[in-house]
Design a protein around this ligand. Structure first.
Ligand code: GAP
Length: 488
């Protein structure tokens, strides 16, 4: 465990040093639960989001049945607003139910999640758990809504209250009818969205793992109720395989089914894809993504109003006068099947991934220490980020061996040519060994060096980050070479 904690410390320091992740507003002392992605971090996270979008949405072939899928299906995208009509959150239950239980200390004014008291630290010294110092005076657990509240317009009254969305999913459900009306999608089909979500987490922690502002990559997959179990299995397997295809080791990943007591208020079946993050105790896993069977809960809530569980199903929640407690939109969100001529509410499978948690998992997985020869051929220890080539922030670095004899000109020509296609950098500063080390820490899969042999035979050295193998490649072949190697 100490070694794993140490790894987390080293990774965080590399992320700061190389410009992957910074604390938000750092010059003012930071603000808990908010993070900024630096020049390398923004490329890494963008590559993860692009890979997700490409693999799940635009690259999906809807003319053939993909492995494990019960039938073919279509995928379309959406980008909905962060602030939505407040009734959305009332109808769908977040206004009432999206909360944590909190314990306050009346003496030191600290706040703890009720279920984390036994693992949290009291700010008083010597360090103890909350409640263990004789001055501690803890309240009973109290409810705390996790949605950030704001006001829309000039007046700060209850009528202008609105919320920053705590999930991107509802933007998809409220646009269900728009998408049916404007595209030719037929069941089964999925609507995908990537965007920011906000939760006023009580104890943001473990670096970016639990943040107050984060990005989600969510799919709401609409299907026939009878086929929903098969689609649930399909999405669990597909999403698990996506992480391993981009380099997460399958023995550090697991699929865990939620027990009945753990299910969200809407869910009739959920499995988490979890990763053995190094900040966790040995044998523990942290959630990367949830795949939930949401039944018809969301569309029905937006039609009728807030639902409550009754037996195996849901019924409309009524107020004392017998009216819906929080009415829905009243719009007909049923699907019309042109073949059977029936109208019904489809069932939904939701694979909901966190872009920041995925970024953190890929960072943890990539971190490695080994040895590489320096300029004199002597083995030196190095830190290397072994990102999958699709995710690597920079794909190729181009160096002139020395700053003379036309080498910088040739190297810059190569840089400009490759840059048309990939994120490539040019570096002529420091010894070659130092330049390699910088790129190893950035996770750049390939480095090109223009040397004196280039002037004679128009070949360059290409060094592989992981194997350290160096081969000669003709400059005119570089485009094809990287096309194949980077597997785009
Ligand atoms: N629409 C369903 C939903 O939002 P969730 O399990 O609450 O489900 C889905 O969130 C994913 O969003 C999580 O698996 C995680 O990757 C990410 N996520 C949730 N809360 C987060 C937080 N506070 N910080 C970073 N990522 C978070």
């Amino acid at each position: 465990m100490a070694a794993e904690q140490d790894l987390m410390g080293k990774l965080m320091s590399l992320c700061k040093r190389r410009g992957f992740i910074f604390q938000s507003s750092e010059i003012y002392g930071g603000i808990g639960g908010f993070w900024d992605y630096g020049p390398l971090g923004v490329e890494l996270k963008r590559n993860i989001k692009d890979a997700w979008w490409r693999d799940m949405v635009t690259g999906h072939d809807d003319t053939t049945v993909s492995a494990g899928a019960p039938t073919t299906y279509e995928m379309v995208g959406l980008d909905a607003s962060i602030i939505m009509h407040p009734q959305v959150w009332k109808a769908v239950g977040h206004y009432d139910l999206f909360h944590d239980m909190l314990v306050d200390c009346r003496t030191c004014k600290s706040r703890f999640r009720a279920d984390h008291v036994s693992t949290s630290e009291c700010p008083r010294k010597p360090s103890k758990h909350p409640g263990e110092h004789h001055e501690c005076d803890l309240t009973e657990p109290r409810e705390f809504n996790l949605m950030f509240k704001t006001h829309v317009g000039a007046l700060f009254d209850p009528a202008s209250e609105a919320y920053l969305r705590p999930e991107t999913a509802q933007g998809i459900f409220v646009n269900f009818k728009n998408i049916l009306d404007t595209t030719r999608v037929k069941l089964p089909f999925g609507i995908a969205q990537i965007g920011k979500s906000f939760r006023n987490e009580i104890t943001p922690r473990n670096y970016t793992f639990r943040s107050r502002e984060f990005e989600q990559m969510e799919i709401e997959f609409f299907c026939l109720p009878d086929a929903s179990r098969d689609w649930y299995t399909y999405w669990r397997d597909l999403r698990f395989a996506w992480y391993t295809s981009l380099g997460l080791q399958s023995d550090k990943l697991r699929l865990r089914d939620h027990g009945p007591e753990e299910l969200s208020h809407y869910s009739c079946g959920t499995a988490d894809i979890e990763y053995a993050f190094p900040f966790l105790e040995c044998g523990e896993f942290g959630e990367l993504e949830g795949v939930a069977h949401r039944g018809d809960f969301d569309l029905r809530s937006h039609m009728e109003g807030k639902l409550v569980r009754q037996g195996d199903g849901f019924v409309l929640e009524l107020d004392a006068d017998g009216n819906p407690r929080y009415p829905g939109s009243g719009k007909d969100l049923r699907y019309f099947d042109p073949q059977t001529r029936e109208r019904f509410i489809p069932h939904v499978i939701e694979p909901s991934a966190g872009a920041d948690r995925a970024t953190l998992a890929f960072l943890c997985e990539a971190y490695a220490e080994d040895e590489a020869p320096d300029d004199k051929g002597k083995l030196q220890s190095r830190v290397v980020m072994k990102f999958h080539p699709r995710l690597a922030p920079v794909k190729v670095a181009v160096f002139p061996l020395v700053k003379r004899e036309r080498m910088p000109d040739i190297a810059q020509d190569i840089y400009r040519e490759l840059k048309r296609r990939w994120n490539v950098i040019y570096d002529e500063n420091g010894s070659i060994g130092r330049r390699y080390r910088r790129q190893d820490e950035s996770g750049t899969p390939y480095c090109i060096t223009v040397d004196s042999q280039t002037l004679e035979d128009q070949t360059v050295t290409v060094r592989d980050r992981d194997t350290l193998e160096q081969i000669r490649v003709a400059t005119k072949e570089l485009m094809n070479f990287f096309d194949e190697k980077l597997n785009m």
